[in-house]
Design a protein around this ligand. Sequence first.
Ligand SMILES: N=CN[C@@H](CCC(=O)O)C(=O)O
Ligand SMILES: [Zn+2]
Length: 424
Amino acid sequence: MNNKNLLIKNASEVVTCKGFKTKKGNEMNDLHIIHDGAVVIEDGIIKAVGSTEKILENIKEENYEVIDASEKTLLPGFVDSHTHLVFGGYRAEEFSWRLRGDSYMEIMNRGGGIINSVRGTKEASKEELIQLGKKRLNSMLSFGVTTVEGKSGYGLDFETEIKQLEVMEQLDKVHPLDIVKTFLGAHAVPEEYKGKEDEFIDFIIEKVLPIIRKRNLAEFCDVFCEKNVFSIEQSRKLLLKAKEMGLKSKLHADEIVRLGGAELAAEIEAVSADHLLQASDEGIKAMAEKGVIATLLPGTAFSLKEEFARGRFMIDNGCAVALATDFNPGSCFTESIPLIISLATLYMKMTPEETITALTINGAAALDKADKIGSIDVGKKADIVIHEFPSYKFLPYHIGVSTVEMVIKNGIMVYDKNKVFESI
Ligand SMILES: N=CN[C@@H](CCC(=O)O)C(=O)O
Ligand SMILES: [Zn+2]
């Protein structure tokens, strides 16, 4: 189907997630559902949303390609706002080591972990990374993701960091999924800068950031602010310089050790602070006050066998929470949104409604795009997913299984599960 004028009608529920900005605290429970709803799409943009009856009174059906969504649920496309999708090589061996008890940091400190993926990414050609990227994006799309954030950070040198960002730039052009690019040059300390972390931060600021800015290769700057990686001071310096150059801030914060990353995120008014497994009460409250989004990555905690971030406490204290996969080759090799939904609802005490908000409008807000995507609102991009059951309540209920039947991106059908089984 390639018709940009589309009418989806008779949906059991249109879960609009209505809104153009971040939802905080209790607001996260309000999904603004329309029962027996319809959506009108023209030229890739949502033109009207309402009850099927009202919508049909105002349009001529014959002018549209029509999808009958009876007994189905419409949701905004998911926004996976934290991933490391471009990398070469895999770390299946390290996963086995972790199963036998080695910790993530132990593996990292003996030259595995991120540095292992840096080797693989340096060795891979741009074309290889593009082909791998396409497969990964296809998989994400099948889970109903229509916008994804992707980070560099498996280069740690000028050429490879730029290569990763260029690969994402290219993927964004050739693949229906939209990619928001983040520069994560400070993801680990390269061998030649061990003990000279300040110099490495200066190298990034002086030599890499200006080119990224000039070529518009990233919208966000991120840093792994962690004990034995980059300190609070180094992270602050990098993010503030990047901000001066026009890059918005994100942080990998308080993941393994409570370092004060949440407090730093509030101080510099970052768009989001991510992970936050060890974030302090004060840090969380400061983030709520400053409107910093807490992007939680339960797949990572699960895969590392760590305690989950305190999503319930954060929401109860007025924070805006987003959820993302953290898809990467080490700490969380999954693009599964159903897994994230299961972990958030069953283990993080988030309600189904909060979970959906965290994966849609708040995911969009974590990418500073809540005005364009993340909800089914008139004027927004027509990124809409048709789920095969009559209520959003089936998403957590159908544990670990994708409920996605069709994905519409910019008003065009790009995934139809029924087609996969057409010949059966
Ligand atoms: N914690 C730091 N960075 C990634 C892991 C990257 C890796 O292990 O390759 C994360 O967000 O989980
Ligand atoms: Zn990450």
